[in-house]
Structures are given as C-alpha cells and as structure tokens.
Design a binder for this molecule. Sequence first.
Ligand code: NI
Length: 407
Amino acid sequence: MNLSERIKKLAEQHFDDLVATRRHLHSHPELSFEEYETTKFIANKLQENGYDLQAITETGGYIDIKGKNPSSKIIALRGDIDALPILEQNQVEYKSKNEGKMHACGHDVHTTCLLGAVRILDELKDEFEGTVRCIFQPGEEKLPGGASIMIKNGVLQNPKVEKILGQHVMPLIDAGKVGFRSGLYMASADEIYIRVLGKGGHGAHPHQNIDPVAIAAQIITQLQTVVSRHAKPSIPTVLSIGKVIANGATNIIPDEVYMEGTFRTYDEEWRMRAHTLIEKMCNDIAEAHGATCEAEVRKGYPFLKNDEDLSNNARMWAVEYLGEENVEDLEIWPAGEDFAYYSQEIPACFYRLGTRNQELGITSMLHTPTFDIDEKALKVGSGLMAWLALKELSPTLNPSPKDKDQS
Ligand code: NI
C-alpha cells in the first residue's frame, strides 16, 4: 500500500472519532478570544496522542510533530477554533448548546481536521523529514485577529517556520472536493465610518438649513470613483456603503447622516492611499456645502496572497491524493481572513475544503444560522492536510510502492 492509500485508510479508521470530535465542538461553540473550554478539549485530544499543547496566547496554542531529522525543515498547519455570535437554527442533535453562539464559519471542522491530521502525522512520523507545527488559533473572527497576536508572540519562530498551510470550509464546493488558488486570493477588509454634520430644519425651507442627506448622497456616489477612477485596473478593489441613517421625516431635514461601509483590495500601498483619498473626499464634499464630516477608515486584516510555488505544488499533490476530478480552481474571494497575516510573513497556502451536499440539503452559506456540512468532508480534510504536510516536507515521497504494511 502506498503512502496516500495509508493516509486514506487512517482517515477512514478515524472517521467515527472525527465526527464525534466535530459534533462536540459544534455543540460547544465559544466566541473569539474566549475559547477556554475549546482549548481544554483540544489539549485533552492532543494528550491522547502524547502531545502537550504549548500555550502562546491565552487560548489556543501549538504542538510540534517531529519526523526524522526534525530540524531539517519546519512547516506549519493552521486551524482556527472560534465561533460566531449567531443563534443556530439547525435542528440537529449536535446543535449549539451555547445559545446565541454558533460554529457558522466551520471552525469546528478546521479544528477537527487538524486534530485528525495530528493523529495521522504522528502515526507516520517515520515517513517524513522535518517538523510539522500544528497551530490551533483563536480569535479569527475578531480584530485584531488571533493570527496577528500569535505571530507577535512568536508562533512562527523557534525554530523558524518556513511555510504554512491553512484549510477552510467552502459550502459552494461539494463534499469530497477541494479548491486551490495561487496568487491573490482574499482581500484586505477595512471598515468605513462617516458622519455628515449639517443643520437640520423644516423640509420646506432647505435654503435655511445645511442638508446632510443631499451631501451624503453625493459622498456615496463620489466614493464609487475611488474604485472606478483611482484604483489601478489590475488591483481588484471593492467599496460598498451598507448603512445609511438619516433620521429625518417627509418634512424634516435631519442634523446629521451616519454611514458605514467596507473597503477591500489587494495591495498594501494602494490600500493606504485609498484610505486617505476616502477621508479627503468625504471632508471636501461636506466642506463645499458648508457642512462638516467625520470620516474614518479602520484597518482590518491585510490581503491574503497564496504563494505561487507552494500553492501550485499543493494543488498538484491534492490531485495525486484525490484525483483531478476532485480538485477545483478558485476565483478571487474578496472576504477577509486573518490567515492573511501569515501570508504576509512567509510563503502560505490557504485552500478550500468542500462541504456541500445538495441531496442532503446542505447548501447554506458561511455565517448563516443554518450553515452545516456533509461530515464526509472530515475524512478528506484530515487526510489531505496530513498528505500535503508530508509532501511539502519530503517532496520525493513516491505515492507508489513503499509498503511497510505488506507483511
Ligand atoms: Ni472562517
């Protein structure tokens, strides 16, 4: 039996435990940076395999799985562990027991798959050279992002981690399949807050007032030119205003208008220039009408770039493991993700694990109260993570004859 078949067999053998682990995590979700029970659970699971979770932040942590010649090369696998403030609407036996909290972004799945990969890698540690650092990361869903804190606290040091892989569920892809993209993948995501301060009064006498509604309307339209006239066409950019509050009435001009929006792009230098431009446009338009404006762009996560070599190799190894028909190419995805912080430090690859099953009615999107997965994805997710780590550490590993189980 070759190595990929051995991994598949192990993932199959572990399947019941993977399902139980995922269901436990799913029914006990904890919010970002409050993952105390989750971390205890992870630490206990790791201890079953003889590993002590190394604390590096208040919740979460990492372990190192050492193969032969452990200092020759070190790579990392990352799974995030936090949940969202959503009231789950799925009627399933593993429904969230923590009301108002839910694993609606699949981080229960990421944690389970990483635990599964730990078990497989531990069983195969005579088969690879180097070390695999497995990072259980808190606080992906909340600024400043658990990744940035873990990096600051040295999770990529001692010894220096050379490359990192991360896996995320994707309800647009069928369970059993995965998706890769090399190069730009996810966007930097910044928040826009605008308050236009005018002078309210009777709607019949606009000349006696300073109408912040008319000014806000101009600001909304003008901000679209940040994308259409200022962004370089080769740099994908999105600007959306999603909240506008002008609390007047048919005959009342309000004193102020409040707006919120998002700015997303894929270039750090342009991102900083755009922030200044957005704030200046808001202030200048307000000023031209005698109003004032408080405009602020708050920084979120940076953009996520998948290293070309690592991602192309990972895609090729995924094809070896799952077959060409089960590996898809991803489009650019302008959501934010704090895995981006790792990608700013070292070569990184963030890929997608399919979880959809139309026949079972499992189609809900991420961050919705009915998100769920086809659990057969747990086998693919745990096995593939282990396989990619092995291939990255020992690329000459032949998927064909190297059979230790033959006796
Ligand atoms: Ni997520």
